[in-house]
Design a protein. Structure first.
Length: 178
């Protein structure tokens, strides 16, 4: 077995990426403080060709060297918008008929593997602050919540790890199943 060289991976260019059809998902980051986490989520959003990332509240925005360190240029390919208040982003998404799903442990959360993803709908997936999670006021505005099953002693994943897990599951069910 031989590791493939970058030239053999057949990746599209940044210009081609911007012109391709996107997966109908917008990631909303609700007051995520770590620039490395933000950069990692940009990179994951690029990998799954997401529509956009909405950076809200205390989230830093590109260009920033700490975001670039983990995004590796994905901050230049993935469309992003900044909102000083997460509520403003949520209102915009509701008007545009996105299904708002908080990635959070709630009384009515659905386990990720059981969530019935409809490939005819557009989704906004909300990820919260590394300590506080998604704010309750924002959860109140969401249509549903999903929870990632966990089997150890900890009750949460790092936000960028959560984004990778959830986005893979969404992409698998929406795009790869076709």
């Amino acid at each position: 077995m031989r590791k493939l060289a970058n030239a053999e991976l057949n990746r599209i260019s940044a210009d081609e990426f911007k012109k391709t059809d996107k997966t109908p998902i917008i990631v909303v980051l609700d007051n995520v403080r770590s620039l490395n986490n933000i950069g990692s989520i940009f990179r994951t959003a690029d990998a799954f060709r997401l529509e956009a990332i909405y950076l809200c509240g205390i989230c830093a925005t590109p260009p920033h060297k700490e975001i670039h360190k983990t995004a590796l240029g994905a901050e230049d390919t993935v469309h992003w918008e900044y909102f000083s208040e997460t509520q403003t982003a949520v209102e915009k998404l509701k008007k545009e008929k996105y299904v708002l799903v908080a990635v959070e442990q709630t009384e009515k959360s659905i386990m990720l593997e059981e969530y019935p993803i409809d490939d005819q709908k557009r989704y906004a997936l909300l990820f919260g602050n590394e300590v506080k999670g998604v704010e309750q006021e924002i959860i109140n505005q969401c249509d549903e919540s999903v929870e990632i099953p966990q089997f150890g002693t900890k009750h949460s994943f790092n936000v960028s790890v959560s984004a990778g897990i959830v986005l893979w599951e969404w992409y698998r069910k929406m795009i790869l199943k076709k």
